[in-house]
Design a protein around this ligand. Structure first.
Ligand SMILES: [Cu+2]
Length: 132
């Protein structure tokens, strides 16, 4: 005798009981998260820099996408400069620098550390590759 049909879950009066101020706050938070997710279409990219160079030394982005770059230094003060994309960000050890990078055109754009001279300046180099 197992002839149960049409017993779908329909919320019921229990669902109404959890409405109120708390639910409204949660709804607002969810909306904000959705807005942030929509604005940042690209991935997060972590770049470490030291006197030995950038890691990774090649960063691949998609044209028009917002890529969040997290720049961190192992020691001292460094910089991430991409002249072609008009980017120049400083970073000091222990205080990561976060910024959003949007490349408006495709291509290969060299980056370098703008605070180095001599040997370190030759080593601290890389390339942003922007694909269509
Ligand atoms: Cu440097």
């Amino acid at each position: 005798m197992v002839a149960e049909t049409g017993t779908g879950a329909t919320g019921g009066p229990g669902a109404e009981a959890v409405s109120g101020a708390g639910t409204r706050v949660l709804a607002v938070a969810a909306t904000l998260l959705a807005a942030v997710a929509a604005a940042r279409s690209g991935p997060d990219v972590e770049i470490r820099v030291s006197e030995d160079g950038f890691d990774p030394a090649v960063v691949t982005l998609r044209k028009g996408e917002t890529t969040r770059i997290v720049l961190s230094a192992d020691e001292g003060e460094h910089c991430f400069a991409v002249d072609a994309l008009r980017v120049e960000k400083r970073v000091v050890a222990g205080r990561p620098t976060t910024f959003d990078l949007i490349a408006d055109r495709a291509g290969r754009f060299p980056f370098y550390c703008c605070v180095e001279t001599g040997k370190a300046a030759e080593v601290e180099r890389g390339e942003v590759v922007v694909t269509e």
